[in-house]
Design a protein around this ligand. Structure first.
Ligand code: HEC
Length: 195
C-alpha cells in the first residue's frame, strides 16, 4: 500500500517538475509556430542566443532613414547544432530587431545607445513547409501574425550574399570561425554586393 502511494506521489512529483522544466526551456526549444499560412510572432526571442548588432547598416540602395540598431538572435537549440556542425538544422529560427539609436540622454555625450523597437524581421529554415527552404517575415510592433514575404523582397539577397546557407555569418564574429572550420562558409559571398 505504502509503496503504491509512494510510486503515485513520485509520478505526480515528476509530472510537476517536468512541467516546470518544460516551461523554463521554452526559449531553448523555440521553433516556428504557424497559424494557417502565417507565422506567429516569436515572443521570447530576447532570451535566445545573441549573434551581433549592426548600427545603421544599409545594404539596400533605396533605404534611407535614421540609423537604427539591428540586433540578431537565434534559437538556442539551433545555435548549439551550428556550433557542432557548421550547419543550420531544419526549423531554425532567427530574429533581427530594429531599434532606434539615440545620443543625448542621461549622462551620455557621444556615441549611441539603443531605445525603442521599431520592428522586427524573422527568418526560418523549414523545407517541409516552404519549397525554397528559407522563408522571411516582417512584423510591425503590433503585428501578431505575418505572411511570408515575396521571394524578391528578402530571400534573393540572402541567397546571393549570406555567407553560410542563408545566414549573414560574415557579420556575426563568433559564428564566422565556426563556419570556416566546418567548410560551410562561402568566402565569395562575403564580397561586396554589385547591385
Ligand atoms: C539587400 C539584402 C537583404 C535583403 C533584401 C534582406 N536582408 Fe535580411 N539581412 C541582410 C544582411 C546584410 C543581414 C545581416 C545583419 C544585419 O543587417 O544586421 C541580414 C540579416 C537578417 C536576419 C538575421 C539572420 C540572418 O540571416 O543573418 C533576418 C531574420 C533577416 N535578415 C530577415 C530579412 C527579412 C524578413 C527580409 C525581407 C523583409 C530581409 N531580411 C531582406 C540582408 C538583406
Amino acid at each position: 500500500m505504502n509503496r503504491v502511494f509512494l510510486a503515485g506521489a513520485a509520478v505526480l512529483l515528476c509530472a510537476a517538475l517536468g512541467h516546470a522544466v518544460a516551461s523554463e526551456h521554452d526559449a531553448n526549444d523555440a521553433k516556428p509556430q504557424y497559424s494557417g499560412d502565417k507565422l506567429v510572432r516569436p515572443e521570447g526571442y530576447r532570451e535566445w542566443i545573441y549573434l551581433s548588432s549592426g548600427l545603421g547598416m544599409n545594404y539596400s540602395p533605396s533605404a534611407m532613414g535614421p540609423e537604427l540598431f539591428t540586433n540578431v538572435f537565434v534559437a538556442p537549440w539551433a545555435y548549439r547544432e551550428f556550433v557542432a556542425t557548421g550547419k543550420w538544422p531544419e526549423k531554425s529560427i532567427f530574429v533581427v530587431e530594429d531599434r532606434e539609436a539615440q545620443t543625448k540622454g542621461s549622462i551620455n555625450r557621444t556615441g549611441h545607445f539603443q531605445t525603442d523597437r521599431v520592428g522586427m524581421a524573422v527568418e526560418v529554415k523549414d523545407s517541409a513547409r516552404f519549397p525554397d527552404k528559407w522563408a522571411y517575415f516582417g512584423f510591425g510592433n503590433d503585428d501578431k501574425l505575418s505572411a511570408a514575404a515575396p521571394k524578391a523582397a528578402c530571400w534573393q539577397c540572402h541567397e546571393d550574399h549570406a555567407a553560410v546557407e542563408h545566414s549573414f555569418v560574415q557579420f556575426y564574429p563568433t559564428l564566422k570561425p565556426i563556419g570556416q572550420k566546418f567548410g560551410t562558409y562561402h568566402e565569395h559571398r562575403e564580397a561586396s554586393a554589385a547591385h
